[in-house]
Design a binder for this molecule. Structure first.
Ligand code: PAF
Length: 279
């Protein structure tokens, strides 16, 4: 497995390739990432998996310092699945040589809603690093997981509005057999917390069923789920909301494409999940 650390080397490699599919990650790869790699393989002759823990998208007091960094293990996983992939793993000096990134990509108001309301600047950091990575890798296709639904929305609208010649491919959320969405942050959970964590998915399913059965009091459904989580000892429910799946605007009773989005803290771990569907 070729691991490329510099932009110049990556650009030289890119010149030799025809169609390239790109999977941007922060590493500590799991089956959810591997589904992205599998999808990427379908769209191009060569695949780039980037591994970069992007300081710019972490707020103060968040887990930037302790975010798991497992490059060799990640490279072995990708090599098992994809013979025509390279890993792009720049260090911070390579991607942010000026220490402070002065030019940033500013997403619209959605960046301050949902996760953005609890992680100020997060989506600016994501949009900025993804733009840099797109400029370096110059992919034809890029795969993003639906687990980070708001991120996927921001990237899709950025690519559209900034005329980036890249097709964004959404990939379904990988789940453990008990329904918990796969995430690198699941590794922070204690055994008891891990047993409790699928409760988020349980509530997504319950709200989904209620809406399919005709319930349209979205706030009441969210309130019921939220108070159950808090009663069971969850530290905080950042939000549970039903939104229009296409626009991410708060859902109205006449919307047909919906997504339920949740972010909640179990102990010190912040978990997010969502479920999109048609009614
Ligand atoms: O989803 C992630 O892992 C990150 O937000 C991304 C897209 C790799 C940007 O750092």
């Amino acid at each position: 497995m070729q691991i490329i650390h510099t932009i110049s080397e990556l650009r030289a490699w890119r010149k030799q390739q025809a169609r390239v599919a790109f999977v941007p990650t922060m590493g500590n790869l799991h089956a959810g990432h591997m589904a992205l790699v599998e999808e990427a393989k379908k769209h191009a002759d060569a695949v780039v998996v980037s591994i970069f823990v992007n300081r710019l998208q972490f707020g103060q007091g968040e887990d930037f310092d302790c975010y798991p960094r497992t490059l060799q293990q990640d490279a072995a996983l990708v090599a098992e699945r994809c013979s025509n992939a390279v890993i792009f793993a720049p260090d911070e000096k390579e991607l942010y040589p000026h220490v402070i990134q002065q030019y940033k990509v500013e997403p619209p108001a959605i960046q301050d809603e949902l996760c953005g309301a609890f992680r100020p600047g997060h989506f600016r950091g994501v949009a900025t690093v993804v733009t840099k990575l797109f400029n370096i890798v110059q992919p034809d296709v890029a795969c993003f997981g639906k687990k980070d639904y708001q991120q996927l929305f921001v990237i899709r609208s950025m690519v559209e509005e900034l005329n980036m010649p890249i097709t964004i491919v959404p990939v379904d959320t990988g789940r453990a057999p008990d329904g918990l969405a796969l995430s690198s942050r699941n590794g922070y959970l204690s055994a008891d917390e891990r047993a409790e964590a699928p409760r988020i998915h349980f509530h997504l399913e319950r709200m989904h069923k209620a809406i399919l059965a005709g319930e349209r009091d979205f706030a009441a459904l969210a309130e019921e789920a939220s108070s159950d989580l808090l009663t069971r000892g969850w530290a905080e429910v950042d939000y549970i909301e039903v939104r229009n799946a296409k626009t991410l605007k708060p859902a109205t009773h006449t919307d047909h494409e919906l997504v339920i989005l949740v972010a909640a803290r179990l102990g010190k771990t912040r978990l997010i999940d969502n479920l999109d569907f048609s009614v």
